[in-house]
Design a protein around this ligand. Structure first.
Ligand SMILES: [Zn+2]
Length: 183
């Protein structure tokens, strides 16, 4: 919160100085904030506005998100959230998902699309899991050549170079309705 943060009812200017603009009203004496937000004075028009804070879309525990794998580390992946419960979000919040206990060669690659379930918020970090059948990777490419892959039992195989690899695949892997979701 900055010095310009105001709460509903706060006095934000006198009516001699400023006129009430967006999210502000005057009570006959003072201009007051009608909402929580940031005080914004326009010296030219002599209007005072309150800018409502951007609604950050932070997923809640239990939400299912779809996101883009941003980083792959030895024991976890970081995923930038694109959808929360199927609704697009532009706030680009990241969550992390532990992969230590998965005996899979390449759980995910950077730029894969993953479906995860949020399980906790800890110290400002959003933690997610992919340990349910419908959770996991829903879009990936060949690690060797970037080609299209198809599933082969628990593995994936590149249709171009035949490289066989593993991922923690979602049961939704390869479903076409996901393509519509990305467009
Ligand atoms: Zn390939």
């Amino acid at each position: 919160m900055s010095d310009n943060s105001v709460f509903p009812g706060d006095k934000i200017a006198s009516i001699e100085e400023y006129e009430a603009g967006h999210n502000a009203f005057d009570d006959g004496d003072m201009v007051r904030a009608a909402t929580m937000g940031e005080r914004n004075m326009d010296k030219e028009t002599r209007m005072i506005n309150v800018n409502h804070p951007k609604l950050l879309s932070i997923p809640k525990v239990g939400d299912v998100i779809i996101g883009t794998v941003a980083a792959v580390m030895s024991s976890m992946i970081a995923v930038t959230i694109d959808y929360i419960n199927g609704k697009p979000t532009t706030s680009k919040v990241e969550c992390i998902c532990g992969t230590r206990n998965m005996r899979i060669r390449n759980v995910a690659l950077v730029n894969d699309i993953a479906s995860l379930k949020i399980v906790a918020h800890l110290n400002g970090t959003i933690h997610a899991v992919m340990n349910e059948p419908e959770l996991g990777i829903i879009f990936t490419k060949c690690r060797k050549c970037g080609g299209k892959v198809v599933t082969m039992r628990d593995a994936i195989k590149c249709t171009d170079c035949s490289w066989i690899d593993e991922r923690k695949l979602s049961s939704d892997f390869g479903k076409s309705d996901f393509i519509h979701l990305r467009e």
